[in-house]
Design a protein around this ligand. Sequence first.
Ligand code: EPZ
Length: 415
Amino acid sequence: MDEIRITGGIPLDGEIAVQGSKNAALPLMAAAVLNKGVTVLLGCPRISDVFAMEEVLKSLGARTRWEQDTLILDTGQIHRVDVKRELGEKMRSSIVLLGSLLGRFGEAVLPYPGGCVIGERPVDLHLMALKQLGVRFYEEDGMLCAKAEKFAGGAICFPKPSVGATQNAVLGAVCAPGKTVIRGCSREPEVLWLCRFLNMAGGRIQGIGTDCLEIEGAAELHDIVMEIPPDRIAAGTYVCASAVTRGRGVLRKAPVSEMGALLHVYKKMGGQYTFNSGKLSLCSCGVKYPVRGLRTQVYPGFPTDLQSVLLAVLSTVKGESRIEETIFEDRFKVVPELRKMGADISVCRSTAWIRGGMLEGAKVCARELRGGAALVVAGLAAKGETCVENRHFIERGYEDICRDLSLLGACIRKD
Ligand code: EPZ
């Protein structure tokens, strides 16, 4: 079966180690293509999106193997530049291979990633950026084809921030001869980790952490071993799991320096935490205050990826809360499922109003990754049993949410 069953009402209390970051691992796997050798990723999350990216790399000629949670990528033998339709459509993040295939081979063929439940997910900013490096795009059999006829550094200016487009621009520029200046870059940690990885491998990127990156195209990148950073969204999900059950919990390796916005909201709700020797210790017994006016924003603002999970928490907090979603045009799709559990949420355009109360266990359906996680979090507080269908969506980003929440004291199992 493809379900998760939760018996709610148990205040969490336990300890887990936070998994490696999905959104850091995927671009680093794409970046490995720029190295004609071996790249070792330590602490790599064993999630279906990583396995899907691994299949794509193998289809291009890479050799891969796992040693526990270490992923070893030998990309020296890559001899193809075309990502098969059925592989690329399985995981829209394969679009980030565009920059690295162009950087190494000067050409690439990929399926259009297409939209998803949370929004249209266009790629116009990716194409705009790479065109500034001399790339020509055309379509053949419905596939996106790219040729770097005269690949060279250039000036890129993003009219609005895009994490993936920034990553593609960096991956293309790091090997393009000459200097590239990218303005309007996203500053998400996953962009910083990619730049640090590339500099460790021989890249020459300056301005890391700012919205302006200067890149000297490096001829060759070399082998490196890199530890995948802990997943700030998975960690934030487990902070919300503690909050929704008014329990406690200890998260080892939580990337607290990247979780400022979430922890600020956690404290506003009445949560308390301490952080020392790499452990984030939570106490949620005082969680009772609604959050009046919260907007999702680009980093370091409140992350859109935790908006649905926070909806679940605020559905149990008396009083009226309000969240405005400013990043994706369709990221309240989980609301009808939360309403099946008794959540009192109304949505008008990009704003949700939440009136907290009691949740009842129900049979609900995940339709995408973070909405699925939100339903599990809601089930932790709901009276009785909740069954979340389509567990596979959640497994795209969480290594084993049942394992982790069980260790934190939840009554939860896969079905
Ligand atoms: C990354 O997606 C993350 N995915 C998303 O996490 C995350 O929600 C998002 O960044 C925002 O933080 C990965 O890192 C694999 P964007 P990405 O380009 O790069 C619009 C999860 O749950 N846009 O920053 O695709 C776009 O429609 C996933 O882990 C364009 O208009 O996000 C959106 O409204 C979900 N044109 C906004 O920009 C473009 O060419 C931000 O998108 C590209 C994007």
